[in-house]
Every structure is written in C-alpha cells, then in structure tokens.
Design a protein around this ligand. Structure first.
Ligand code: AMP
Ligand code: MG
Length: 331
C-alpha cells in the first residue's frame, strides 16, 4: 500500500472521510501528538489499529470527538466533576475516563466498562473528525514502544506502507500526549500525566487530585505498564536532584557515541560534554521537543543521558515520558 502525506484541504479531507467510511485508517495531526484514527463504531477497523501499531490488545484507545456536545455519543453519563473539567479544558489536551455507552464496541476499551474521551483543539484534527462524521478511535500514530510522532514524517517513518493517508498539519504544538483523568467520581484520579498539568486541574476543581501512576504493577490506565517512547539507543534518566550523576555516567561512556540531553542552564557545565542537546529553555519547550529529539538522536548516538526537568507543571509529564523511554535505567 502506498502511503501519501497531504495537507488538510477539501480534497484530502474528502479522501480521509472515504477511507474512514470503508473501515480504513488515517493518521492525523492533533495538538498533542499525531493520532492513528478509525471509525470508533467499526469493530474491525478498531482491531486493525492494534495490528498496524503492534499494540497489545489490553491497552485501550481514546475516542476523539469533533465537539464536546457529542460526548454522550460514546459515554453513558457526564457526572458533575466531569462537567467542570469539560467546561474548563475541552477542547484540549485532557482525556476523561467515563462509563462507556452500550453501542461502543468494547474492543476500544480493551474490554473495560469505561471509555476514554477527548475533544482536540487542533484545526487539522477537528476538520478531520468533523468530515468523518463519526467518533474517531485513535492512539498515537507510532509503532508500539517507539517515541510518539510529532510530525507527519515521524508517522511515515513508522507506518509507511501500512496506511493510506497522513493528514499533515505541521508540527504538534504541545508535543506530548493528553493527560488522562478518571472523572467518574468526586475524587478525580490522574492515570497519565500530559498536556494539562495537575496544578491547572487542582485550581479548577479546588480539590487535591490523586495520581495512580506510581505503582507500575497496578495501573488503572493499562498502557502505563508497557515500555514506551523508547529510542533505538541505550537511554539513561537522571533525576533532577542528582545532576552530579550525569557527569559520572558520562565518564563511563565513549564521548563520541554519547549525548547529554537537558533543558538549558539546568546542568552545571554542559560545555564539558562533547555532544550536548538542548531541550529548550523550559518544560514547555522540553515537552514540544522531546519526542522529535529522541528520534533524531537515536540516528547519531549509542547512548543518550537525559537529565530530568524539575518535578512541577509540564516537567512532571516530560519526566514521565523520559522515564518510560529509559526503561530500567533510572537514576
Ligand atoms: P495513547 O493511545 O498512546 O495516547 O494511550 C492512551 C492511554 O490512555 C493509555 O495509557 C491507555 O491505557 C489509557 N486509556 C485509554 N482508555 C482507557 C480506559 N478506558 N481506562 C483507563 N485508561 C485508558
Ligand atoms: Mg501512544
């Protein structure tokens, strides 16, 4: 199958609609990362998403809608807490876990009674979902375990020959995935850190939110237990409170094959490293750049030493991705 990359216009959106109608898959830009979409009501098309990505069948998908008024197409009800979150953060980088409506195929939720729902704020995503006219089930458009795609070319690199169309709306603005929050009760639980921060959510809800991320053996978001976002290089994650460990690790590696990656001005002497890769000037930049940088660095180096962001705001989300990418190598 030939994979074409097209900017969203009437012709390419009509083509996307045709592909979705006949049960095919379309990759499309969102503000978080590129998604790999299928008609959420077409069970076979949803199964094909898992096959194309090599995604484990017990890792459920997020359903994307063109407008927040459509949430009851896929969810049984909207509890008061969810309503507040919807009013404040949607469209945007927040995914809500709600009770799944009976007409939605359970394969999307990997058999769970719940459904993950999001309304993107991105122009390309909205145009595509609106043209398709159906809810779109979509995980990130990468091969499972690889860094998520933030450009159309990243999608092409992973899925060339496996899908017909990539809707290229340019580089993703946020650059990492949505925050996933269980919004079914009065005590919200964050299942995955992402584009909307804990601080933002607590400010709106005026309650402390819980996180269920720390115990990797008991995740409520099944996807969090897998190795994820991993580059084809040996990657180390060094915590923010241990900057001296970056130098120590570096001394044990071959300088020409090793790169140190961090936000500018957070490491004591970045000039000491033969290869230093800046993630930008703050956590927002780091979120925007991380996945793209991982895909670039894996082509040049054998070892990536990633120095964490401060554990606040978007830094928490960036750190969570870097830790997953590093697998066991967390210092
Ligand atoms: P991705 O598709 O790569 O953005 O990942 C989606 C994330 O949302 C994964 O971590 C999933 O496990 C999580 N998720 C999707 N649906 C549900 C659900 N019904 N309950 C809990 N977590 C979910
Ligand atoms: Mg993913």
């Amino acid at each position: 199958m030939e994979t074409v990359i097209r900017q969203p216009d009437e012709q390419s959106l009509a083509h996307a609609k045709e592909i979705i109608n006949k049960g095919g898959l379309v990759a499309f830009k969102t503000e978080t990362v590129y998604g790999l979409g299928a008609n959420a009501f077409n069970e076979q098309a949803v199964k094909d998403i898992f096959t194309v990505k090599g995604r484990p069948a017990d890792n459920p998908l997020i359903v994307h809608l063109a407008d927040k008024s459509q949430i009851l197409w896929v969810a049984k009800s909207i509890p008061p807490l969810a309503k507040k979150l919807i009013d404040e953060f949607l469209p945007g980088a927040l995914t809500l876990i709600l009770e799944r409506a009976d007409n939605v195929p359970s394969v999307i939720s990997a058999g769970l009674s719940t459904i993950a729902v999001r309304v993107p704020s991105d122009k390309t995503a909205n145009a595509f979902i609106a043209w398709a006219g159906v809810p779109i089930a979509a995980p990130s458009a990468n091969t499972s375990t690889r860094p998520s795609p933030t450009t159309a070319l990243d999608v092409y690199e992973d899925l060339k020959g496996k899908i017909e169309l990539i809707l290229d709306g340019g580089e993703c603005t946020i650059g990492l995935e949505s925050t996933v929050i269980d919004a079914r009760t009065e005590t919200p639980v964050i299942l995955r850190h992402g584009g909307v921060t804990v601080e933002q959510i607590e400010k709106v809800l005026k309650v402390k939110v819980k996180t269920n991320i720390s115990d990797p053996k008991k995740p409520i978001a099944p996807g969090m237990k897998y190795r994820h976002y991993a580059p084809n290089a040996l990657m180390y994650y060094v915590s923010y409170d241990k900057p001296e460990m970056v130098e120590k690790l570096y001394m044990q590696c071959q300088p020409q094959k090793t790169v140190v990656m961090a936000i500018e001005n957070t490491l004591p002497a970045p000039k000491d490293y033969q290869n230093f890769c800046s993630l930008g000037i703050d956590a927002r930049d780091a979120a925007h750049n991380l996945f793209r940088v991982l895909r670039e660095l894996e082509k040049q180096y054998e070892v990536i030493i990633a120095y964490a962001c401060q554990e606040e705001g978007l830094g928490v989300s960036v750190n969570s991705r870097m830790k997953h990418a590093a697998g066991e190598n967390i210092i």
